[in-house]
Design a protein around this ligand. Structure first.
Ligand code: HAH
Length: 343
């Protein structure tokens, strides 16, 4: 393959892929050739690195860091605080009851300190808090064990603990449905309150789990503008473009249809056109996988369904979507293609 994403976008964005302990082997060559940044899909999450209070398990995370080093890739860290994939011991008092606030905060600090210090120098930025904002309803914050045990201050505390552990690391708030107008405003309000309180936060991660039909480009533009107005850096952290609308339950396809592939090309090109329009605010675009043979969207959220959300097919060949995305960057370099056209 002569053209690569990382070269096409050099000077614009880092181009990242989520990897795991298996895909650094099964797609290692593709990842090292096409991307210049990686994120561990699961291997740095609390349940993986800290299953019990007195026991850390870093083998798989270390293997991914070694892969990044061997191939000269940057690493985003994901994730220090989340409501999911976090062991219950953080929140319990060991006698069947709820942990005291101070005990839970001490554990949070110790967890963040240990994990961030271990990877300092390898991981240049962290998704410090993932998905703390509610999807719908009145409440701004998602009802989680962190909120229940510590209260809303757990968010600012997490950023302070991460900053104290590695003052050089760039610290992000990361969320999905980030372009949905109502949730966008809740995320904006949360992040604004952190900035105004002097919390060490440097960026907003837009997960960008999108699909062929949603979100509309104008919602994406408004989300980017709103978050960028806080003076923070933006990363696209977990991009994929599902072939299925949110409420589509079909499970009959063994291959994507031609119509799906054509629409996916259009969407990918439009999304990257928007990213290039806002390149002054965006530093990094990471896909939540490397190629269509492995994606978290196989079997999720619909069991028995295959999906094809990435730029490389199941045999690691570039899709037409890849050509369109790469061509856009070349055009932007020549000063003709970025911005304008789809406004
Ligand atoms: C993301 N959540 C998480 O940030 C990432 O860690 C995980 O590997 C995959 C997706 C998005 C999400 C979800 O987990 C459940 C429902 C909706 C969205």
């Amino acid at each position: 393959m002569n053209q690569t994403l990382r070269e096409a976008y050099r000077g614009f964005f880092d181009i990242g892929a989520a990897v795991n302990a298996r895909t650094i082997r099964s797609a290692g060559e593709l990842i090292a050739a096409q991307y210049n940044s990686i994120t561990a899909e699961n291997e740095m999450k609390p349940e993986r690195v800290h299953p019990e209070e007195e026991r850390y398990t870093f083998e798989e995370a270390d293997a991914i860091v070694a892969f990044a080093r061997a191939n000269g890739l940057r690493m985003r860290g994901h994730t220090l605080v989340w409501h999911n994939q976090t062991p219950d011991w953080f929140f319990e008092d060991g006698r069947g009851g709820k942990a005291a606030k101070e005990a839970a905060l001490a554990r949070l600090r110790s967890h963040i300190r240990t994990v961030v210090k271990r990877f300092a120098g390898d991981v240049y930025c962290w998704d410090v808090v993932n998905e703390a904002v509610d999807d719908a309803g009145q409440d701004a914050l998602r009802a989680t064990k962190w909120l229940d045990v510590v209260g809303p201050s757990y968010i600012a505390k997490a950023f302070e603990f991460a900053h104290e552990a590695d003052p050089k690391a760039l610290l992000f708030y990361n969320d999905y449905n980030e372009s949905h107008p109502a949730k966008r405003e809740r995320i904006y309000a949360l992040v604004k309150s952190l900035v105004e309180a002097g919390t060490p936060i440097h960026g907003v991660g837009l997960q960008a789990h999108w699909n062929l039909y949603d979100p509309p480009l104008d919602d994406i533009r408004r989300a980017i503008e709103r978050y960028a107005s806080l003076g923070l850096r933006l990363h696209i952290t977990e991009m994929d473009v599902s072939m299925f609308a949110f409420d589509d339950r079909r499970t009959d396809l063994a291959e994507p249809t031609d119509d799906m592939l054509a629409l996916q090309e259009e969407r990918y090109e439009s999304f990257f056109r928007v990213f290039l329009e806002y390149r002054e605010a965006i530093d990094s675009v990471t896909f939540w996988g490397a190629a269509d043979d492995y994606t978290w969207l196989h079997d999720f959220p619909v069991r028995g369904r295959t999906n094809w959300p990435l730029l490389f097919d199941a045999r690691h060949r570039p899709k037409r979507s890849f050509e369109r995305v790469a061509a856009l960057a070349e055009a932007a370099k020549r000063g003709s293609g970025a911005g304008g056209a789809s406004r």
